[in-house]
Design a protein around this ligand. Structure first.
Ligand code: AGP
Length: 606
């Protein structure tokens, strides 16, 4: 959460910071700000509540500089406002700081050290910059030493990426991180800092990853990384292949629509990366051996990725016969289940940065168990910290509502489960021609995304003005119902539940009234009849029922027909109309579908 950018050594600092922040806006968008220094005695601090466009309007023609820092905020401490926007400045006007994360003991630090300082904001961040100024002045510490001293006072529960400037050394950026992502981008005669490489892909493709606890000093011609003991670390940059154009919307009005449309391509890309021409799955043997040894799989994830994990359980149990549990990361962190004798952990995370999942992975590493991260972001924290990584190759997902990462995760789980099951000699896996099945899925997805007008119409008729809604289904369709409900609620603010259709009558049916939308997912041959009778129960109570049904189970009057695919892969198709219903409902209600209120793409705080 929160996007951070910094630059030193480039006369276009203002534009580079603003463009970088615009690309990071998905990480938070309630306020933003920049500090720039021209190196000839001029400095500018501009902040504004709202989006980057609002900030741009505040920036006068005179604002210029060759170094600077910027921030787009997702509020944790203090309401979204100009005062609480970053960068924060010390009372003496010398130090400027942007921060992503949460300082757990900020209140104690403030009481202990800063009783005499007048604060300009309600943020935890301001405590840090005021403390740096205090130690620099009262103890006559150099900036690096004051920065290190303050970091040493921050408690264990805290997470941060800090980017600090001192106007007495305006070419230098001071950088540190703990549990929050931050990268140094290496330029020619200049260097940049960013919380996600996509912010700076128009400046460089070479990035240096940072390790928690390091202090980094970035100047136009140098990047010096020091470990906590002060030893200088030599670390080579890694290359990011992503083209800057991949993070643009192109002709699409919104990223969410672009990303929904990209899903057939994601299926084909996974086939290309993981399946050879002869149909065999190509996944590292050491990973396969580790999973085959496990007596139980534990899938850990949050939000949409958790929902992809629910489908993963069906795939792993169906194709590998390995008992599989799926856990919400934030719950597992504080209330772990009793583990089996030989557990193996699978982390599903689009961003690879989710704090709740990271916390569990840290625990798993302490326990000494092996793990796999399935992610869309190469070199992301969860990827680096797990034993193994499999990448989604889905291209950057920018819209806050996850779409192509969900289907990518399920498809990759299917590929992995096929391979493990095959090696274990499970007949359901040997007969599962995953390349053929995923190609059929890709074609089916294409058919669905080509028919957008019908979803726009259903959204207008059923969802555009409703107060609440339900998605229902059984078994694998219930998994999809939960994701479909999350999609609708997060972008349209319609209170939506994903419900096991048989469970409705045990209480929740009390909420059904005249016109309540109930959208039934029906793709399972065994459960279709039962879900249909649940739709009759809600119809009898006035519900507005929409059926999303596989072609082979369709009946007259069903509104959305899905192309037939393998029974374990129906979520890959059933979710597409639901994503489009969410998209159109949001637009019809007049919302910014890519940046729903209160949310951020990468949830790096607990
Ligand atoms: C998805 O639409 C959400 N915005 C959110 O639930 C997301 O899936 C969740 O925060 C997990 O993120 P991750 O996949 O990056 O770990």
């Amino acid at each position: 959460m929160c996007g951070i950018v910094g630059i030193t050594g480039n006369k276009n600092a203002v534009d580079i910071l603003l463009n970088g922040l615009q690309r990071l806006e998905y990480r938070g968008y309630d306020s933003a700000g920049i500090y720039v220094n021209s190196q000839d005695g001029k400095e500018y601090l501009v902040k504004e509540k709202g989006r980057i466009d609002d900030l741009r309007e505040e920036i006068g023609a005179d604002v210029h500089g060759t170094s600077g820092i910027g921030h787009t905020r997702w509020a944790t401490h203090g309401v979204p406002s100009k005062e609480n926007a970053h960068p924060h400045v010390s009372a003496d006007g010398r130090f400027f700081l942007v921060h992503n994360g949460v300082i757990g003991n900020f209140a104690e630090l403030k009481t202990t050290y800063l009783q005499d300082v007048k604060f300009a904001s309600d943020t935890d961040t301001e405590v840090i910059v005021q403390l740096i100024a205090k130690f620099a002045k009262e103890e006559n510490l150099a900036t690096k030493e004051a920065f290190k001293k303050v970091i040493s006072l921050v408690d264990e529960s805290s997470s941060y990426s800090f980017l600090l400037m001192d106007n007495q050394e305006p070419e230098t950026l001071y950088v540190a991180k703990n549990k929050s992502p931050l990268l140094i981008g290496v330029g020619n005669g200049f260097n940049v800092v960013c919380s996600d490489a996509i912010a700076m892909l128009d400046q460089t493709h070479d990035f240096i990853e940072l390790v928690d606890g390091e202090i980094v000093i970035v100047k136009p011609q140098s990047v010096t990384i020091e470990d906590p003991q002060g030893n200088v670390i030599d670390r080579k940059p890694f290359h990011v292949d992503t083209d800057a154009s991949e993070v643009e919307k192109g002709a699409y009005p919104y990223y969410m629509l672009k990303e929904i449309d990209e899903q057939p391509t994601v299926m084909r890309s996974l086939i290309k990366h993981y399946i050879a021409d002869d149909g065999s799955v190509t996944i590292d043997d050491t990973l396969l051996d580790s999973i085959k040894k496990a007596d139980r799989l534990y899938i850990v994830a949050a939000g949409t990725s958790y929902h992809a994990g629910l489908v993963g359980k069906e795939l792993f149990e169906g194709l590998t016969k390995t008992p599989t549990e799926v856990h919400v990361a934030s719950e597992f962190g504080y209330n772990p289940p009793l583990l089996s004798k030989k557990p193996f952990f699978v982390f599903l995370t689009q961003s690879g940065e989710t704090a709740d999942s990271r916390q569990v992975l840290a625990q798993v590493n302490k326990w000494g168990y092996e793990s796999l991260t399935i992610t869309n972001v190469e070199n992301s924290t969860l990827s680096r910290e797990a034993t193994f990584t499999l990448l989604l190759y889905a291209g950057p997902e920018i819209a806050v509502a996850s779409t192509k990462a969900y289907t990518g995760q399920i498809a990759l789980e299917a590929i992995l489960a096929k391979k493990i099951g095959e090696e274990k000699g499970i007949s359901a896996a040997t007969s599962f021609d995953v390349a053929h099945e995923l190609t059929t899925v890709a074609n089916g997805m294409q058919e669905l995304v080509d028919e957008k007008s019908q979803y726009e119409q259903i959204a207008a008729n059923v969802l555009a003005t409703t107060r609440n809604a339900f998605y229902i289904g059984r078994a694998i369709d219930y998994d999809v119902a939960q994701e479909a409900a999350l999609k609708l609620k997060e972008v349209s603010y319609v209170q939506t539940e994903g419900f096991a259709s048989g469970e409705l009558k045990h209480g929740t049916i009390a909420l059904i009234e005249e016109g309540t939308p109930v959208i039934a997912i029906i793709t399972g041959a065994k459960t279709a009849k039962h879900t249909r009778s649940n739709t009759q129960e809600v119809l009898a109570r006035g519900a507005n029922v929409i059926n999303i049904v596989s072609r082979n189970l369709a009946e007259d009057g069903d509104q959305v027909i899905l192309p037939d695919v393998h029974s374990l892969l129906t979520p890959l198709l059933a979710i597409i109309p639901c994503q489009l219903l969410a998209y159109y409902t949001s637009l019809q209600r007049g919302y910014d579908v890519d940046k729903p209120r209160n949310l951020a793409k990468s949830v790096t705080v607990e």
